[in-house]
Design a protein around this ligand. Structure first.
Ligand SMILES: C[S@@+](CC[C@H](N)C(=O)[O-])C[C@H]1O[C@@H](n2cnc3c(N)ncnc32)[C@H](O)[C@@H]1O
Length: 337
């Protein structure tokens, strides 16, 4: 079956409840996870449970699945969607940064597959009260885990020093107008809603730089969201835990990223894990004994088909990478290069 037709058939499959988030590159995820059949898969970003449902339905022999999400609302939605699978689907309100601790607590090891579908879900973006959206005004929040202590977008926007704000917007938003935006935000304080913030950012960007079709505040909102949720640090930490808990050999990681910063973290992780001997070339023989812990399954990132992008605009920026655990013995600090 062609990739387009396979993806279409998965999208149209009836679900226990009306899906509010279309799982991106679902057919590709199921296909890449096929070697995990009969084992345990951890979905680190459960969301509405779309990928999880497809994996539980499709893989033969059947898998067991542990689903994590730091958003309690996502866990509640996925619970009702996945209740049809009974004890095969074990869902936990947790940060994927706690991957090893969750598995230890459940006495699980040798994980056959680990999935990351990064970023925000449609329900998070679509519900104004979550404060993620520049299109629907709501309180400045952006916390994925509203129950955890920590800062929200309100503190970043209203309390960060101008230089600190500029750094966040430039680094996590890749925004060339970061200086002007930070200055305008500071001058417009206090800012109470995402609608106000979107207006302030739009005002700060020179008209000539506003690209048609893209909201001028998109990059700034992405940057603040990454800062509030510590997204890149947690991803790095979780990936190195994943390398330690994967079944050796053959356990797989599949990661879907939606912007270049996330993709860079995943790419660097796979490159570092795939490195063998690190001895200086002047040594006549290897003294470090280091063997690659993983091998890349996808040499280049996979992209969604044009048809998928037409039916789900949120898939447009997706990049999927997959890597497989080798037979090499696990090292401590699996993420170090
Ligand atoms: C794109 S959605 C996943 C959608 C899901 N694959 C589906 O098919 O419905 C990303 C999810 O990851 C969750 N998330 C983001 N960072 C997380 C983290 N550090 N730990 C746990 N969950 C996280 C978000 O709360 C969100 O629900």
């Amino acid at each position: 079956m062609s990739r387009d037709r396979q993806a279409d058939s998965m999208r149209s499959r009836p679900s226990a409840s009306e899906p509010d988030h279309l799982p991106v590159m679902c057919a590709e995820v199921v296909q890449l996870m096929a070697p995990a059949s009969g084992g345990l898969i951890v979905d680190c970003t459960l969301g509405s449970g779309g990928h999880a449902e497809a994996l539980l339905n499709e893989l033969e022999p059947p898998i067991d699945l542990i689903g994590l999400d730091k958003d309690e609302a996502a866990i509640a939605r996925a619970k009702s969607r996945l209740s049809q699978f009974g004890s095969r689907a074990d869902l936990e309100h947790a940060d994927f940064d706690d991957l090893e601790a969750v598995l230890q607590q459940k006495s699980k090891q040798d994980v056959a597959g680990i999935l990351y579908d990064l970023g925000v879900s449609s329900p998070q973006l679509d519900r104004a009260e979550r404060g993620f959206s520049y299109q629907r005004s709501g309180p400045l929040d952006m916390r994925m885990d509203a129950s955890a202590p920590g800062i929200s977008a309100r503190e970043v926007v209203n309390e960060y020093e101008e230089a600190q704000l500029e750094k966040v917007i430039s680094r996590f938003g890749d925004e060339t107008s970061a200086r002007r935006i930070a200055k305008e935000i500071v001058a417009s304080r206090p800012i109470a809603t995402t609608g106000e913030l979107a207006e302030v950012v739009t005002r700060a960007i020179p008209a000539a730089k506003r690209r048609s079709g893209r909201h001028p505040a998109r990059k700034t909102f992405q940057a603040i969201r990454i800062e509030v949720n510590g997204e890149l640090d947690r991803l790095e930490s979780s990936l190195s835990q994943a390398a330690r808990v994967l079944k050796s050999p053959g356990g797989r990681i599949v990661a879907i990223s939606y912007h270049s910063l996330e993709d860079r973290v995943v790419k660097a992780f796979i490159a570092s894990m795939s490195k063998g001997c690190v001895c200086p070339p002047r040594l006549p023989a290897c003294a470090c004994g280091r063997e690659p812990l993983m091998r890349p399954v996808t040499r280049r990132p996979m992209r969604p088909s044009a048809r998928e992008i037409r039916s789900n605009r949120r898939a447009a920026s997706a990049r999927l990478r997959c890597a497989e655990r080798t037979a090499a013995p696990a090292r401590d600090g699996a993420s170090d290069g």
